[in-house]
Design a protein around this ligand. Structure first.
Ligand code: FAD
Length: 444
């Protein structure tokens, strides 16, 4: 059978299925084949022409299973899509085939008041899940700054951390993901329940080794967050302050530092421009006075903006939203992501001396393997790939751990090494390698 006959037969089989919307309009296929990879000129070049042959929106688990079965039979690549807000082209179908939209699966199946754990379908938006949890006196531990629109399945499969990382570390840290329900892509797809340990290889695997149909997550007690900004003339002082604030015995959900040139160019939700660097904090009410005390020996402007509102606020100025706002002003900005070496200031000085105005500093306080550390998502003025590679090489030389957002594989964007468990899971759950082809380097 030729490839074309295969595909036609595949489509014919799909049209006989129930609970399935089939989308073949070219502009819709294009729309559902993209995410926010355009933040990287390197990825844009690689991915902007990739397009699905067909887009599928199943409405029942049975329909997902029959799609998986048909993909296996006709050897059609299958790429899953939550809300399509990833930055690494995670849901771009590099080899075409089918893109499967998971947005019909948004039920919150179960909440356990004793443990606070919640079991939810992957298409549920994080914002909706968080509102549900608030009624139960709980909240999500970690959310991306795209929390209003991103799906929980997409966050677990494609995200890493974000708001909450200052306390709770990163998504792949043990303890966040408790269980998964997945469907395999085999001759007869299996619906499997995975416990905490066996869920690990599916966590942050870009949907390459199983179709998540439900996930169980740990949550935190609900807290009403207060927005605080601290403006500071001196960048080294600002770094010292974010360290003291994030390691104090207070309940804190966000602690970001944006250098003055960024503050001057992003929306004014954090207050007027003072010409200083700005620290943005979300903290519980009983932590505010502690923050005042910590800052009292410094020459700063302390601003209590009050309780967080439901409209745009500090959280939508941080993490990759900083990049979003800067790119809205000038799309020539791109970015990097890394854990800074210590002492951070030496590293920053070294880069400033060499790269000057081509770098703008955006720091996030995070917990990394139990330690308070500083992550950086610096804005980088785009010149060309060679300059970017030189910059990355300079960062590596000084000991920064880069999570490169200009690459397409799970490994290159993450720890840099192959996780054999992820590859084993792919062999078990997707033996023909049809799920999101070319994204798992270990498989290639
Ligand atoms: C402005 C901006 C800010 C951002 N801030 C952050 C941040 O703070 N932290 C962060 O981690 N990320 C951030 N991101 C990236 C992204 O928004 C998040 O990771 C988000 O959670 C992805 O969710 P999604 O529903 O859009 O997933 P998608 O982009 O649709 O998918 C992500 C990956 O998950 C896979 N997938 C989707 N559903 C399933 C499923 N059911 N089973 C298996 N695999 C599946 C997809 O195939 C894909 O590989 C940001 C992006 C932008 C544009």
């Amino acid at each position: 059978m030729t490839e074309a006959t295969n595909y036609n037969q595949f489509l014919k089989d799909l049209y006989s299925l129930q609970d399935l919307e089939i989308i073949e309009h070219p502009s819709e296929k294009k729309r559902f084949s993209r995410d926010f990879f355009n933040y990287s000129p390197v990825l844009f070049e690689k991915l902007h022409q990739c397009c699905a042959d067909v887009v599928l929106r199943p409405k029942s688990i049975k329909a997902i299973s029959l799609i998986a079965e048909a993909c296996y039979k006709y050897e059609i690549p299958l790429t899953l899509r939550g809300s399509g807000t990833g930055n690494y082209g995670q849901c771009v179908p590099i080899e075409g085939g089918a893109v499967m939209l998971m947005d019909s699966f948004k039920k919150i199946r179960e909440f356990d008041p004793l443990t606070g754990q919640v079991t939810v379908e992957p298409g549920c938006l994080l914002g909706n899940l968080d509102s549900y949890l608030a009624n139960e006196g709980r909240q999500l531990r970690l959310i991306p700054s795209t929390w209003r629109n991103a799906s929980v399945g997409g966050f677990i499969s494609g995200g890493s951390g974000g708001i909450g990382s200052v306390r709770w570390g990163f998504l792949r840290d043990p303890g966040h993901l408790k269980e998964l329900e997945i469907l395999t892509v085999e001759e007869k797809p299996r619906l499997l329940k995975l416990d905490e340990i066996s869920s690990e290889p599916i966590n942050h695997a870009y949907g390459t080794n199983g179709i998540i149909t439900a996930l169980t997550l740990a949550t935190a007690p609900f807290e009403e967050w207060h927005e605080i900004t601290i403006d500071c003339d001196d960048f080294s002082q600002a770094i010292a302050l974010i360290k003291s604030c994030s390691s104090a015995a207070i309940n804190i959900y966000l602690c970001s530092l944006l250098e003055r040139r960024i503050i001057e160019n992003i929306p004014n939700w954090s207050g007027d421009i003072t010409g200083k660097h700005r620290i943005l904090i979300l903290v519980s009410a009983d932590g505010i006075n502690t923050l005042r005390k910590i800052t009292s020996n410094y020459n700063v402007i302390f601003n209590n903006l009050g309780k967080e509102k439901s409209s745009n606020g500090l959280r939508e100025l941080t993490w990759n939203h900083t990049t979003l706002h800067m790119r809205a002003k000038d799309s020539n900005w791109t970015y990097l992501q890394m854990l800074l070496p210590q002492p951070e200031l030496d590293a920053i000085d070294f880069i400033n001396n060499k790269w000057g105005d081509n770098i703008l500093w955006h720091l996030e306080s995070v917990r990394q393997q139990g330690e308070q550390r500083i992550a950086a998502l610096p804005l980088v003025r785009w010149k060309d790939k060679e300059a970017l590679d030189n910059l990355i090489s300079d960062f590596k030389k000084i000991g920064a751990f880069i999570f490169n957002p200009h690459v397409i594989t799970v490994e290159d964007g993450g720890l840099g090494t192959v996780d054999i468990e992820q590859v084993k899971a792919k062999r078990n759950f997707d033996p023909k390698g049809l799920l999101n082809p070319r994204k798992l380097k270990g498989w290639i």
